[in-house]
Design a protein around this ligand. Structure first.
Ligand SMILES: C[S@@+](CC[C@H](N)C(=O)[O-])C[C@H]1O[C@@H](n2cnc3c(N)ncnc32)[C@H](O)[C@@H]1O
Length: 239
């Protein structure tokens, strides 16, 4: 079972994500680097698409979850598309110069996706695969849920290795520590449907956000949030 994003979880996903998309893009893109068109596959509620607008004239944000897209902010530089990485259809551009997968490649990776990337990418296009992992077990325990919901076989370091037409240019993994407020931590905890369900059990018959944020805010001060960052930049060969 991987993470689920139904409408309750999507609301909390949209309410707060750690500001790490920009941090990671600065590690894989050169200052001033600019692309005409970017495609963010698995854009969710738009955080990764918004981060990409800094480097692109136009961004296409694609996601199969209508609930996630409905929570994405309107942005003049972004066109949201409802769809999946394995069937990109006719994109409203002749070719894409940069593709991003921010926490989405694990879900999207398939033989069809590989073919679709070959079809829609411009010669020499850039593909950025990145993710971050927030370590929430301590906050779960503090909020009274000792058994974290199972995260299944999700792999934060899913990549394109074995697909020889994509050559690695930059790759890295880092551990950093952020500090978040009680409300921000509550949104993070409720942003996945499995954890949301665990907190519904802990606080039956009510919206779990308020009691959860109450517990986390009562400790006073910022809450440490350990985070793992993973990123790889590829160049599309042979086109
Ligand atoms: C962890 S979220 C990441 C969202 C966004 N990129 C971000 O950084 O906030 C993973 C997203 O991948 C999407 N997804 C799942 N299967 C997919 C597929 N086959 N193709 C494209 N996206 C997919 C999900 O709907 C979800 O919105």
């Amino acid at each position: 079972m991987t993470e689920r994003y139904d409408s309750a979880a999507a609301r909390h996903y949209a309410a707060y994500r750690p500001p790490l998309h920009r941090v990671i893009l600065e590690r894989v893109l050169r200052p001033g680097e600019f692309f005409q068109t970017g495609l963010d596959i698995g854009c969710g509620t738009g955080y990764s698409a918004v981060a990409l607008t800094r480097y692109c004239g136009r961004v296409l944000g694609l996601d199969p979850s209508a609930a996630m897209l409905a929570a994405a902010p309107r942005h003049p530089g972004i066109t949201y598309l409802h769809g999946s990485g394995d069937a990109l259809g006719q994109l409203p551009v002749p070719a894409v110069e940069v593709v991003t997968f921010a926490g989405s490649l694990f879900y999207a990776k398939s033989g069809e996706l590989r073919k679709e990337l070959g079809r829609v990418c411009a010669p020499g296009a850039t593909i950025l695969v990145y993710d971050f992992e927030v370590f929430l077990d301590a906050a779960m325990a503090e909020a009274g849920v000792d058994q974290p919901a199972p995260t299944g076989d999700y792999d934060h370091q899913a990549n394109l290795s074995g697909w020889a037409e994509f050559a690695v240019e930059v790759s890295g993994a880092e551990r950093i520590q952020l500090a978040v407020s009680g409300n921000e931590m509550a949104h993070l905890l409720l942003a996945d449907s499995n954890r949301y369900d665990a907190f519904l059990k802990r606080f039956p018959n009510r919206d779990p956000f308020e009691p959860l944020a109450g517990i986390l805010n009562a400790r006073g001060g910022a809450i440490p949030l350990p985070v793992g960052l993973y990123f790889t930049r590829y160049r599309v060969l042979g086109k």
